[in-house]
Design a protein around this ligand. Structure first.
Ligand SMILES: [Zn+2]
Length: 393
């Protein structure tokens, strides 16, 4: 049940925020907001009229429960684009945040960014035209993009993308806004993974880290219940923290022994290949036949140790109550076990007393959910909804 928000300042837009979390009846809304039943009805009528909300079907006048009102999933759809260094995912979500469909492509950022954006636009158009289960459905309202690089929140521009330097300064937001004429927002992948996981699975948690251990290593930060990005979107770039390891390497950032350069998934794959281990991608590291190879076990343990050590430092600094681990390597028992031992050995008992370290629930769709929710937050924001209701009468 939503908390009391009280007062006459509870606009239609504010009421919509309550209905995004769950279905609420008119009488409950009056109680929560402190508004009169008449005012609640008037505000709901506005929201109903503009297609933002819908009455729960099937319960009207029949069930014992009063009729609830909730966000209309068919208010519109949002597209979520997850640009990965080794693949791309396109998803469609409804206005209530349900993932309707998702497709994965082998398309990578290794190609020229202009070519990539042209491909992305075409594929998005194809997905939208085909719709969900063959039906095109409600209109596209916005697009969210997850990018494996720091992103300037104001411009949507990529900031020093170490894995795809040829993309520096590229503006996928501008490109897609011009192509689709809907709001387009972009953010860093680990940040979006943190946001999606927090909102959907741990809404009550105040301080949380989402650590992605895949080809690259990154961290999304939730501080006091809100996303923390830093001044230029660079917060959480833990892949460039130094590590003590025998797997020493020069990093793309120009320094030696960055965590990701030595023991990120891509580095591990490269190292093992150079040692004659037949391996295609980080996914293969999870195959029992591969994972039992002594050299593979050794480097996976080293990766777990190194990430755990960095997380131990972060835990003492940030004192989170929850650390969620995602990315391919977080599915490796060897990595996870070593990580836990090293994290808890490295940090103070004070920091870890109530710390929980858990695997992601959103899994491979973590960034897709985050990108979709980011756009829905923007579209259904109380102030913009109120503005919309006023300007369109
Ligand atoms: Zn580095």
């Amino acid at each position: 049940m939503a908390e009391a928000v009280g007062g006459p300042g509870v606009t239609a837009g504010r009421i919509l925020q309550l209905l995004r979390k769950e279905s609420v009846s008119r009488s409950q809304l009056a109680r929560i907001t402190g508004l009169s039943a008449t005012t609640v009805s008037a505000r709901l009528e506005l929201l109903l009229e503009h297609g933002y909300v819908v009455q729960d079907s099937g319960t009207r006048n029949r069930g014992r429960r009063p009729v609830g009102v909730r966000v209309d999933p068919d208010y519109g759809r949002v597209a979520a684009v997850h640009i990965g260094t080794h693949h791309t995912r396109l998803g469609l979500l409804d206005a209530a945040g349900q993932l309707l469909m998702v497709r994965e492509y082998d398309m990578t950022t290794a190609i020229d960014h202009e070519q990539y954006l042209v491909w992305l636009e075409q594929e998005l158009r194809r997905v939208l035209a085909e719709g969900v289960s063959g039906s095109q459905g409600p209109p596209l309202r916005g697009i969210g993009i997850s990018i494996p690089s720091p992103v300037d929140a104001e411009t949507g521009q990529l900031v020093d993308p170490s894995h795809m330097p040829q993309w520096s300064g590229v503006e996928p937001v501008t490109y897609l806004t011009e192509s689709f004429d809907v709001p387009v927002l972009a953010d860093n992948d680990a940040t979006l993974m943190a946001m999606g996981e927090h909102r959907m699975n741990y809404p009550g948690v105040k301080d949380m880290l989402y650590v992605k251990i895949g080809s690259a290593v990154g961290c999304g930060i939730i501080s006091s219940g809100a996303v923390h990005r830093g001044r230029h979107g660079g917060a959480g770039e833990i892949g460039h923290m130094p590590t003590e390891t025998v797997y020493r390497r020069r990093c793309v950032c120009g320094r030696d022994n960055c965590l990701e350069a030595c023991l990120g998934g891509a580095a591990i794959v490269e190292h093992l290949r150079s040692r004659g281990v037949e391996i295609g991608s980080t996914n293969d590291l999870l195959e029992p036949g591969v994972a039992s190879h002594p050299e593979v076990r050794e480097i996976l343990k080293a990766a777990g140790d190194a990430v755990g050590e960095v997380l131990g430092l972060l835990t003492d600094f940030f004192n989170p109550e929850l650390i969620v681990l995602g990315g391919n390597l977080a599915r490796s028992d060897i990595v996870m076990q070593a990580l836990r031992v090293s994290l808890f050995a490295r940090s103070l008992p004070l920091s870890t007393r109530r710390l929980q370290v858990v695997p992601t629930i959103n899994g491979a769709n973590a960034a897709t959910f985050g990108a979709g929710l980011m756009v829905l937050d923007h579209l259904l924001d109380a102030e913009s909804v109120d503005r919309q209701l006023t300007t369109s009468g």
